[in-house]
Design a protein around this ligand. Structure first.
Ligand SMILES: Nc1ncnc2c1ncn2[C@@H]1O[C@H](COP(=O)(O)OP(=O)(O)O)[C@@H](O)[C@H]1O
Ligand SMILES: [Mg+2]
Length: 338
């Protein structure tokens, strides 16, 4: 499959008065056309900054792309002008952000807000845009679209506002759709409906998707490939089934262990990985998860492990770890029988 996006060595920091925050450290990956990539990791792991910096949406300063290339259809986004990025966003790359209450303008009708990118990017006339707005609202499952289009955001429920955000995100048929915690604020039922909608949209318009969430369950239901981030790095990535059934990073293993099971599904629970998230103002040396990893070796604290093919697994399954998780888990298992 042809790559739509190639991220190479992306490194982003924030220079604040008191410290340098190493938000994204040497992130490289490839996304194929039509693929759905789920990016997971606890809060502060660099998921949002990595996505926003690709399309010029972090404030610079204090933000700075230290290194890297982001090739979108072969074009390096990091070398584009603000003007070029402005043209690209919303047209070729659509976004859905977490909070529709702050992302939607409270004083403009829903129609105005969906029509804006259609007129700007696709040059539609007022009446063409109006027709398309109604189609889009129907596409995202908003009943009585004709009448609803004339209403204001406060007249919509949270779930309906998030659907509007999705309509805006896909309005110009983007090649790539990036959703950042797009369902996090919604209740489980609405979340399930939105995910169903995204799967449906993928079928209809074939969009490539990056779905950022701290929720492993969402990724399991939506993504082809999962990428686990921690401390601004990719700790593990691969086909969803391989990573979930056969994790090779102790961090992934910890995330999976803290997932609610069976009847508890959907109950919001905090991760139970011991210890604190990494101090991102420290010079990134070694495996960022080492201080919380019971399997860490001395080398983990000294040297950063590269992301390499996981031994005896499927193609595309990669892990950054000096320890061998399978061996460590086997030892645990054996010890429990002693
Ligand atoms: N404007 C900013 N100034 C300073 N630090 C920031 C800024 N934005 C994000 N960061 C830091 O960058 C790191 C990564 O953040 P982020 O990408 O938002 O994490 P995630 O989306 O995984 O929760 C965090 O340590 C965060 O505090
Ligand atoms: Mg985030």
């Amino acid at each position: 499959m042809k790559p739509l996006l190639e991220v190479r060595n992306l490194t982003v920091e924030f220079n604040t008065a008191s410290a340098t925050v190493h938000a994204v450290n040497d992130v490289s990956y490839t996304l194929a056309e039509g693929e759905t990539l789920g990016i997971v990791g606890e809060s502060g792991s660099g998921k949002s900054v990595h996505a926003l910096s690709m399309v010029g949406l972090i404030a610079m300063p204090p933000g700075r792309v230290v290194r890297g290339e982001v090739l979108f259809n072969g074009r390096n986004l990091l070398a584009l002008s603000q003007r070029e990025l402005f043209d690209l966003r919303g047209k070729e790359i659509g976004f859905i952000f977490q909070d529709p209450m702050t992302s939607l303008n409270p004083v403009l009708t829903i129609e105005r807000q969906i029509a804006e990118p259609l007129r700007r990017h696709l040059g539609l006339s007022a009446s063409q845009a109006r027709k398309r707005v109604v189609e889009l609202l129907e596409l995202v499952g908003i009943p009585d679209a004709e009448r609803r289009a004339g209403q204001y955001p406060h007249e919509f429920s949270g779930g309906m506002r998030q659907r509007v955000m999705i309509a805006i995100g896909v309005s110009c048929n983007p090649k790539l759709l990036i959703a950042d915690e797009a369902t996090t604020a919604l209740d489980v039922t609405v979340q399930a409906q939105i995910l169903e909608l995204v799967r449906d949209l993928k079928k209809k318009i074939g969009t490539t998707v990056i779905w950022i969430t701290h929720d492993m369950g969402v990724v399991a239901g939506l993504a082809d490939t999962v990428q686990v981030m921690y401390g601004g790095r990719i700790m593990e990535r691969g086909p969803v089934r391989a990573v979930f059934n056969d994790p090779r990073s102790a961090y992934t293993w910890g995330l999976l262990k803290s997932l609610p099971h069976g009847s508890q599904r959907g109950v919001k629970r905090l991760y139970q990985i011991p210890g604190n998230p990494p101090d991102m103002t420290r010079e990134p040396v070694g495996d960022p998860f080492a201080p919380r990893n019971r399997f860490a070796t001395e080398r983990c604290f000294r040297e950063t492990p590269p992301l390499v093919d996981a031994a005896d697994s499927v193609s595309g399954h990669k892990v950054a770890a000096w320890y061998d998780l399978r061996q460590e888990l086997a030892k645990l298992e054996a010890a429990s029988h002693d």
